[in-house]
Ligand binder design. Structure first.
Ligand code: G1P
Length: 352
C-alpha cells in the first residue's frame, strides 16, 4: 500500500493567506496541516508516500516536509497544470505502479486518522471512500449510499441527493487508472476523481462508503482553519518546556522549548511554539502562537499567529484572527482596552 498526498492546489478561497504559500503548510495547533496527513499515513503503516505538487507549491511543500519530526522521505511528483484530482493521480501513475494506494487530500484533517477506511479495503473491493454528513453538501462531492455501497457520486451538485459529503481520503486498487484514462473534463474543466469513482460503480465494481468517526475538516476557508485549530487544541496535552516567569497559566497550555512567556496570562488551550515570545500579554482560549512570533502588550484569543508574526501594543483584543508569516499588528503605547473586574453586589462601573 502506498500513500499519495495531493498538495498542488492554489487555495484560492484562503487568500490572502495563500497568496504566498500553499494551504497545506499553514499551521494549525502548531503543526502544518500537511504534517497531520503524513502522520496519519505513517500511523496506518504506510511508509511509501508520494506528494503531488505544482510548480508554485513545490518549494514550500518540500521545505515544510523537511521539518517533519520523524525520518520520512517522500517522493515528489510534479503536476504542471491544475487539471483536477483525477489528473493528479494520472500524473502519479508511473510512481504508483500496480500497488493499491490511499489518496489523501493534503488540506483535509481527520481526528481519528485513516485506519477506519483501510480496514474494509478487502479482496473484491475496488475502492473505499470516506464520507461525512454535513449541513450543506453543495461545496463537496456528494454520495448516495445503499447498504454501505456507493451507488452515485456527484461533484458539487446544486441539488444534493444526500447530505453525505466526500471527505478527502480514498483507497483505490490500480483499477482506478483504467477508468481515469477514459475520463472527459467536467463542466469546470477538471478531471474529477468523483467521475472516476462513478465509472467504477457503473462497471459494477464494489465501492464502499465509510462514514468518518470523530471530526473531519476540509480547511477551505479561514473559519475552517480557526475551527480546525480549536478542535486540535481541544486535545492538547499540557507541557511547559520553555521559560515561564511571572505568568498565570490556566488550563491546557503548551510552551515549547525556546519559547518565553513573561508577565502574561494564558487561558488554555493555548499553544506557544518554539522561539515565540509572549510578554505582558493575554492569550485566550484556542490560540496558537507560531515559531518565533511575538505577542507583547496585547490580547489575542481564538487565533492563529503564524511563524514570526508580531502583535505589539495593540489597544483592542484580537479575536478570530489569523496572522500570516511575519504579519505585524502594532499600536502605540499603552495596554489593550480589556479590563478584569471583580465587582461586588450592587456595584456599578462605568467604563469609557
Ligand atoms: C475536493 C473534491 C470533493 C471533496 C473535497 C473534500 O474538492 O473534489 O469531492 O468533497 O475535495 O475536501 P475541493 O475542495 O478540491 O474543491
Amino acid at each position: 500500500m502506498k500513500g499519495l498526498i495531493l498538495a498542488a492546489g492554489r487555495g484560492t478561497r484562503l487568500r490572502p493567506l495563500t497568496h504566498t504559500r500553499p494551504k497545506p503548510v499553514i499551521r494549525v495547533a502548531g503543526r502544518p496541516i500537511l504534517h497531520y496527513a503524513v502522520e496519519n499515513l505513517l500511523q496506518a503503516g504506510i511508509r511509501e508516500v508520494g506528494v503531488v505538487v505544482s510548480p508554485e507549491t513545490h518549494k514550500d511543500i518540500a521545505e515544510s516536509l523537511r521539518h517533519f519530526p520523524k525520518p520520512f522521505r517522500p517522493t515528489y511528483i510534479l503536476q504542471e497544470e491544475p487539471q483536477g484530482l483525477a489528473h493528479a493521480v494520472q500524473v502519479a501513475q508511473g510512481w504508483l505502479g500496480e500497488t493499491p494506494f490511499v489518496l489523501y487530500l493534503g488540506d483535509n484533517l481527520f481526528q481519528r486518522g485513516i485506519q477506519d477506511f483501510l480496514a474494509p479495503f478487502q479482496k473484491g473491493v475496488s475502492a473505499v471512500i470516506a464520507l461525512a454528513e454535513v449541513e450543506d453538501p453543495r461545496q463537496f462531492g456528494v454520495a448516495v449510499v445503499e447498504d454501505g455501497r456507493v451507488r452515485r457520486l456527484l461533484e458539487k451538485p446544486q441539488n444534493p441527493p444526500s447530505r453525505l459529503a466526500v471527505a478527502g481520503v480514498y483507497v483505490f486498487t490500480p483499477e482506478v487508472h483504467e477508468v481515469i484514462a477514459t475520463l472527459k473534463p467536467s463542466a469546470r474543466g477538471e478531471y474529477e476523481i468523483t467521475d472516476a469513482i462513478q465509472a467504477l460503480v457503473d462497471q459494477g465494481k464494489t465501492v464502499l462508503g465509510v462514514q468518518v468517526q470523530g471530526w473531519w475538516k476540509d480547511t477551505g476557508r479561514p473559519e475552517d482553519l480557526l475551527d480546525a485549530n480549536r478542535l486540535l487544541l481541544e486535545a492538547l496535552e499540557p507541557r511547559l518546556e520553555g521559560e515561564v516567569t511571572g505568568s498565570r497559566l490556566v488550563g491546557r497550555v503548551v510552551v515549547e522549548k525556546g519559547a518565553s512567556v513573561r508577565n502574561s496570562t494564558l487561558i488554555g488551550p493555548v499553544h506557544v511554539a518554539e522561539g515565540a515570545r509572549v510578554e505582558e500579554a493575554y492569550l485566550g482560549p484556542f490560540t496558537s502562537v507560531g515559531p518565533y512570533a511575538v505577542v507583547r502588550k496585547a490580547e489575542v484569543e481564538y487565533a492563529i499567529l503564524e511563524d514570526e508574526a508580531q502583535v505589539e501594543e495593540v489597544h483592542v483584543r484580537l479575536q478570530e484572527s489569523i496572522l500570516g508569516v511575519k504579519a505585524e499588528v502594532r499600536g502605540k503605547n499603552g495596554l489593550p482596552r480589556t479590563h478584569r473586574l471583580i465587582l461586588g453586589d450592587l456595584s456599578r462601573a462605568e467604563l469609557a
